[in-house]
Design a binder for this molecule. Structure first.
Ligand code: PXG
Length: 456
């Protein structure tokens, strides 16, 4: 554990040496980041002892909350017994074998194989290589284009960011050939006069248009998050996923779900594609797999795909030093066991998730700044608006939502501004009292924001 130093010391050293994610580093150095030092369940403490309720599970990952001794002990015992070994050159080890047995016992029955990584970005890199390999083995090497979505997020490595649809990332010298994008199914912003149902179908049919434009014999896969996380917690209309699945099957295009945020109970189902009712051929996982205690991700393959790769594929030319790392696997086992044996996933589905959704609708349903509330399980987005009737977005939505986050910190709650929305995704262990604290502090932050900008 690091020794405790004055916050100012940390800020000076941080500015001298660290480049942070997705910020203007020069501007951050002037303002200084918050130094977070300790966590317990849903609460975090900064270096000066101020306490916050973390409404975002870190970066959507601490599904079991902070300070779980079962997870830290699983890591410590595994380190004592076998701190490292690998899956190269005809070896394996007990913790990765046991993890896979457990993982496939909670996954739907049509999945059978996993390729482990250290992160979600790497899991999507492996996905890209694996779907191309799959079509090569089947004698269709031309089927190599992957279709993603604008505003989708699949990671920060080169190919995963090309697959994603974040334009700022593409502009940083990152676009690659053989990737294409369709629009996001964001009814509130793009739906116009269409009903959500009609818009969902129209958004899905863009995939068919794109496949026909590129030629189905060139398209390997469609990859998407069941709901968009980093892109603003956008839930597609109910008509969207069944139509996407129909189109993929019709044109022999693999359907790949990025479950990095949605996996491990977030929606109240083990995996979010189960909530939306479709059957992907692959799943990418990370974050909630270990509740963020140690890095781990993976690619899950359907039985049908795995059979092609295993029975007909020959050498699979891929491997990471830390694929299936014993310590990460031991933590993942303890994490999945806790989610299952403590009934946490079903509690989010049947009890605490509906409670959170109800509270949010009760408290924010008539708020002058809130035009729409989306969410299920332990996911929620408050869409801010200038005018509820016309769904007009706030002109200064970035400024307003960022101010709301800053006031949130003052009020002792961590919520996230995103695309004109205030979003939250608390740890799945949250009880009613913790959820009340989240909702009440968010209400104070939003009220103060509304007052400052003249809405209240
Ligand atoms: N896929 C999805 C759907 C993600 O959300 C990744 C892949 C990449 O995972 P790694 O482990 O390589 O980071 C992610 C990551 C945000 C935010 O602000 C979201 C992510 C990461 C950091 C910030 O919403 N998602």
């Amino acid at each position: 554990m690091s020794t405790h130093r004055a916050t100012r010391d940390y800020l000076v050293a941080d500015a001298a040496h660290n480049i942070h994610a997705f910020v203007d580093q020069g501007a951050l150095n002037i303002e200084g980041p918050r130094v977070i030092s300790r966590g317990e369940r849903l609460h975090l403490w900064d270096n000066d002892g101020k306490r916050y309720l973390d409404g975002m599970s870190g970066l959507w990952c601490t599904n079991l909350g902070y300070g779980r001794k079962d997870l830290t002990q699983a890591a410590a015992s595994q380190m004592d017994q076998l701190a490292y070994y690998n899956m190269f050159f005809h070896t394996t080890h007990p913790s990765v074998v046991e993890l896979s047995e457990l993982l496939f016992s909670v996954l739907p029955g049509h999945y059978s194989h996993a390729i482990y990584t250290n992160s979600g970005s790497e899991a999507n890199e492996v996905l890209i290589r694996t779907v191309r390999r799959y079509w090569q083995i089947l004698g269709k090497p031309e089927k190599k284009t992957l279709i993603g979505r604008w505003n989708g997020y699949h990671g920060s490595t080169l190919a995963s960011s090309a697959l994603g649809g974040m334009k700022a990332m593409h502009e940083m010298g990152g676009m690659l050939p053989d990737f294409a994008h369709i629009d996001e199914p964001h009814w509130y912003v793009h739906g116009g006069a269409l009903s959500p149902h009609e818009f969902g179908l129209r958004a899905a049919r863009q995939l068919e248009e794109k496949i026909l434009e590129l030629g189905a014999d060139k398209v390997a896969a469609f990859v998407a998050e069941p709901f968009q996380g980093a892109g603003g917690m956008i839930f597609p209309p109910e008509s969207y996923w069944p139509e996407i699945q129909r189109i993929c099957r019709k044109h022999d295009v693999l359907l790949c779900a990025d479950e990095v945020i949605g996996g491990f109970g977030r929606t109240g189902e083990w995996f979010s594609h189960q909530h939306f009712g479709f059957e992907p051929d692959t799943l990418t996982i990370a974050k909630g797999l270990t509740s963020g205690y140690v890095p781990m991700g993976g690619l899950i393959l359907s039985k049908q795909m795995a059979e092609v790769l295993v029975q007909r594929g020959g050498v699979f030319a891929h491997g990471l030093t830390y694929s299936g790392h014993p310590v990460a696997a031991a933590v993942a086992i303890a994490n999945i066991q806790a989610l299952r044996d403590e009934g946490i996933v079903s509690q989010v589905k049947n009890e605490t998730g509906p409670y959170l959704q109800e509270c949010l609708r009760e408290v924010f349903g008539n708020h002058p700044l809130v035009g729409d509330i989306q969410g299920t399980g332990f996911l929620a987005a408050l869409q801010l608006t200038q005018d509820r009737a016309t769904r007009k977005r706030l002109e200064n939505e970035k400024e307003v939502t960022w101010r709301c986050r800053t006031i949130g910190f003052e009020e002792g709650v961590i919520i996230r501004p995103n695309q004109g929305r205030i979003i939250m995704a608390p740890a799945l262990i949250a009880n009613r009292e913790e959820l009340d604290e989240l909702v009440n502090k968010t209400k104070r932050a939003l009220d103060r924001t509304a007052q400052e900008f003249g809405f209240l």
